[in-house]
Write a protein that binds this ligand. Structure first.
Ligand code: FES
Length: 171
């Protein structure tokens, strides 16, 4: 925005809240005010960032970065970064983050299996990457996977969507 230097979106969706987002956000608001950063850094909450399994999540623009798995104790390092200090790289989500790489490997395996698996097969594949049924359901809700009846058997089949292909560079 033209009157701020940075814009932050801090997720307050259910999954992030269950893991302490409210405490993180309260501390972040307090620290931004205490350091008089609440004018150059504009913060809003939001309902999801589509990274529900690794929250609490915070997006920072124009840096175009996501801090994930943020805990209240991480807030001073985030605020130090927003003040011109070092990036807290341990919180930074990118393609080489272990959790993100694990998801990429799962989706690559799904692609290699023909991107068309039945329910028991997709659960088994996810399980081999330490991802559970709830995670699969989350991918369906967030549009990274789709579930459709097979044309012949009418049994549910699961596939990754173009959104997942783009995110994990699997197209
Ligand atoms: S609930 Fe925060 S990313 Fe989904």
């Amino acid at each position: 925005m033209y009157w701020t230097e940075r814009h932050i979106f801090a997720c307050t969706g259910n999954h992030c809240n269950q893991k302490g987002a409210a405490k993180v956000i309260n501390r972040l608001r307090f620290e931004l005010m205490r350091r008089k950063l609440n004018t150059p850094v504009h913060m809003n909450t939001c309902g999801t960032i589509d990274l529900c399994d690794i929250g609490p999540n915070i997006v920072v623009y124009p840096d175009n970065i996501v801090f994930s798995n943020v805990e209240e104790n991480d807030v001073p390092d985030i605020v130090a970064f927003l003040s011109g200090g070092e990036m807290p790289t341990r919180l930074l989500l990118n393609a080489t983050t272990p959790a993100e790489m694990n998801r990429e490997h799962f989706f690559a395996a799904l692609r290699d299996a023909g991107n068309h698996l039945g329910e028991s097969e997709i659960i088994a594949l996810a399980g081999s990457y330490d991802l559970d049924r709830a995670w699969i359901d989350e991918q369906l809700r967030r549009g990274f996977m789709s579930k459709k009846p097979d044309e012949e058997t009418t049994a549910d089949t699961y596939a990754m969507t173009s959104k997942a292909m783009h995110r994990y560079r699997l197209g």
